[in-house]
Ligand binder design. Structure first.
Ligand code: DGJ
Length: 738
């Protein structure tokens, strides 16, 4: 049983294959305490002592006598503000009279088969069959009901507990049973208190074209947080946080991690208190957030995924990969070979017409590429990034004969066809803006800040959602389009909506995200066979929320193979390789000016959804000649890379010289190792890589050679990498069990 309640001790025990999570109820006051999260405990009896209600620092015989010091120390399951816990709260409520305290008391609970879902929002699900994959597994839901009887507020803490993966999800439901509205000023989705054990905080930071670099720092007293109030998860910080013991490596150490199934503003925070406890939290960022909850209304928080690994980062990564592959991504493409695409963005930018695209398509077909994606610039009068967003009709000067003619021609050549949209945006220079200036998010009488010469549509308005959806759907209905790249190229500012009343203005950012989700839900419902790739100025909205709608996300606008090593390493820490949009581009690279071998570009892009982003009619002959070999390589390895278990072996971000990772299939018969010598060095010893995930007792042959190795020696002693000559050199090593 994944969830048990021990009546006598009033303890809830939540079990995944290797972890246990304990929640307890304090008898008299009905406080809900966090007792434990860590390695699995087989026995649930006698664990009530972990509630620690009788311990220093407070001395009174009854908690109520010195409530404040008790609350400021107690390991609380869901802390509320205003009554004496001075650490960061998870819930802040203001009532109609302006008072701001909230105190929750446990009422009752229910345990339900299956996994809860969240109306209007992405969430993990129990049954892997939903993801059109055969393997099925179960999850169980715990709902703990608490109330604040002064506010007449009900707060339901819900937990999803998975049986096949070490993941527990949390989300909160808040219901107003009062006759007056209340204002939710802060609703975090998850909070856990633990004893501070010298933890370090591991997060993913970045910028445009430099997304998700791993950063790890020692925790100190006080609050240390990352977050976004940009209206999307963002390039800069990522909705993922882990606390790791100082000895943590890929294989060793304690790791507590949280990942947010949400695509908007977020905060992830660790706070070390005066009493040496640490509070780890995640939820919607409080900056600018406020939600008016009218009588009888309900608010749902997005979902946080928690995982604990006692075996270092590899196990954490495998948990997230398995959870997201089997219990989050719904696309029918999840377990299918994705078409090898060629995208014209870096090939032409805005400077293209039908003939240019068809010339690319013809050469692409000859080289073994399977789909042409027409990027930005095909609509309105768009020939640079300063107009036409919102005017989703074909620019017939560029595409003579219209879209369906182009699509037909591309299909005649033998390629699939994909198209780019940026549906959430509106250019000031557009017919749409001239007709509906108030559809842009902005504050009346204030000049709204433009970014990339565009504004963001006010998706809190149902008519804007309807209009936007129809613009995209009408194009997709007009021609047999196989793929959509859904882009989002600016972050939100000037947060004003003429649709929302003054006391609901703080809802705009969250309502915006709900609007995005509604649009994408409608899209995948009406066009179930469409391959959807999300994108946001590269990888600014690469998060689990978007993966609920699209099986792949464009990882970064930086396509340089060497920069990509670090970006893809940070991304793969949480997300399966099958979700990572990765393309081969031309050199000198458009982001950094570096020239790398075409082979290396291909080998690095292979660890993702493989494709090209170049003008195939213009690249050097020698490069073009390698494409058939690379596409064949993709066909050979795509299943292994998509479904296999990923291991990080070495990271050039830390060793400043070489990078190595590998993927092993489920039955350990097939393993692909990628090794990149980033910088050649003189007079150094040959590198030896200790492989992982193989069958220790089996013998493996290195394909293309007659070399045979025992699994145990490859894993414990290591494989000696052949000497490579020069910078930016790569090698793929395919080991097959004999
Ligand atoms: C940002 C994307 O990341 C690029 O790939 C490209 O689609 C541009 N937007 C187009 O404006």
């Amino acid at each position: 049983m994944a969830i048990q309640y021990f009546e006598q001790e009033r303890v809830f025990k939540l079990d995944t294959p290797n972890t246990t999570y304990l929640i307890g109820v304090v008898d008299e006051e009905g406080y809900l305490g966090h007792l434990y999260y860590g390695a699995r405990l087989e026995n649930g009896q006698g664990l009530g002592y972990l509630l620690r209600t009788e311990e220093a620092p407070f001395v009174p015989s009854k908690n109520n006598r010195e409530k404040s010091s008790f609350l400021d120390f107690f390991h609380t399951e869901y802390p509320t503000g205003g009554v004496g816990d001075y650490r960061e709260s998870a819930l802040e409520v203001r009532n109609a009279d302006g008072f701001t305290a909230c105190q929750l008391q446990y009422q009752d609970y229910e345990i339900l088969d299956g996994k809860y879902d969240i109306p209007g929002m992405p969430a993990t699900f129990a049954d892997a069959a939903q993801s059109s994959h055969a393997q099925s597994s179960q999850a169980t839901t715990l709902r703990i009901r608490c109330v604040d009887s002064v506010l007449n507020l009900e707060v339901i803490l819900q937990y999803g507990v998975f049986e096949d993966v070490d993941a527990i999800t949390r989300s909160v439901i808040i219901q107003n049973h009062d006759d007056s509205p209340v204002y939710l000023e802060k609703v975090l989705s998850a909070s856990i208190d633990m004893d501070m054990e010298d933890y370090e905080m591991l997060t993913l930071h970045g910028s445009w074209a430099r997304e998700r670099h791993i950063q790890r720092n020692k925790l100190v007293y006080g609050r240390q947080s990352i977050g976004s109030f940009r209206g999307e998860s963002g390039h800069q910080e990522h909705p993922f946080i882990a606390l790791v013991s100082p000895d943590t490596t890929q294989e060793h150490g304690s790791v507590y991690a949280m990942s947010f199934v949400y695509s908007g503003n977020f905060i992830a925070q660790a706070e070390v208190s005066q009493f040496d406890s640490v509070r780890l939290q995640m939820g919607i960022h409080t900056q600018g957030f406020s939600w008016k909850l009218d009588p009888k209304e309900t608010f749902y928080s997005p979902e946080v995924v928690l995982t604990y690994s006692g075996n270092g980062l590899d196990h954490m990564t495998h948990t997230f990969h398995n959870l997201y592959r089997n219990h989050l991504i719904r696309s029918p493409y999840l377990h299918q070979e994705r078409p090898i695409l060629i995208n014209n963005w870096e090939a032409t930018y805005f400077d293209f017409d039908r003939e240019k695209l068809l010339a690319i398509a013809r050469d692409a077909k000859d080289a073994g590429i399977e789909m042409l994606v027409m990027d930005d610039g095909w609509f309105g009068k768009r020939s640079s990034d300063d107009s036409s967003l919102g005017d989703w009709f074909v620019n017939e000067e560029k595409l003579q004969g219209g879209l369906s003619y182009l699509v037909d021609e591309v299909k005649n050549i033998g390629l699939k066809f994909g198209i780019w949209f940026e549906p959430e945006m509106i250019s000031p220079d557009s017919n749409l803006y001239r007709a509906h200036p108030d559809w842009a998010i902005s504050i009346p009488r204030r000049d709204a800040t433009q970014s990339r010469s565009q504004f963001v549509l006010d998706l809190s308005r149902p008519e804007v959602i309807d209009y936007t959806y129809e613009q995209v759907a009408k194009i997709l209905r007009s021609a047999p389009i196989d793929y959509v790249k859904w882009d989002m190229n600016r972050q939100l500012s000037d947060l004003g909506s003429v649709y929302l009343e003054a006391d609901k203005m703080g809802e705009l950012s969250h309502r915006y995200v709900l609007g995005v989700y509604e649009l994408q839900e409608r899209l995948v419902t009406e066009f179930p066979d469409l391959l959807l790739e999300n994108c946001s100025g590269g990888g600014a909205r690469f998060d689990p929320g978007m993966l609920y709608y699209s099986p792949q996300i464009w990882c970064s606008d930086d396509t340089d193979a060497i920069e990509r090593l670090q970006i893809q390493e940070g991304t793969a820490l949480v997300y399966p390789l099958s979700t990572i949009g990765a393309h081969v581009s031309d050199c000198p690279n458009h982001s950094v000016g570096r020239t790398t071998p075409f082979k290396t570009r291909g080998d690095v892009a292979l660890a993702g959804t493989f494709g090209y982003e170049l003008d195939i009619t213009k690249i050097p002959d020698a490069d073009r000649a390698m494409i058939p070999e690379q596409t064949a390589q993709y066909h050979k390895y795509h299943e292994l890379i998509r479904e296999g278990t990923y291991y990080r072996i070495a990271s050039w971000g830390t060793n400043h010289s070489y990078d190595c990772y590998m993927v092993v299939n489920q039955d350990k018969t097939d393993a692909l190792v990628t090794y990149v010598q980033v910088l050649g060095q003189a007079n150094v010893h040959t590198k030896k890589m200790k492989l992982k995930g193989l069958d220790a007792g089996a013998t493996y042959e290195l394909e293309g050679t007659s070399e045979q190795y025992l699994g145990e020696s490859l894993m414990n002693a290591g494989y000696i990498v052949p000497k490579l000559w020069g910078d930016f050199q790569s090698i793929l090593l395919h080991f097959i069990r004999v």
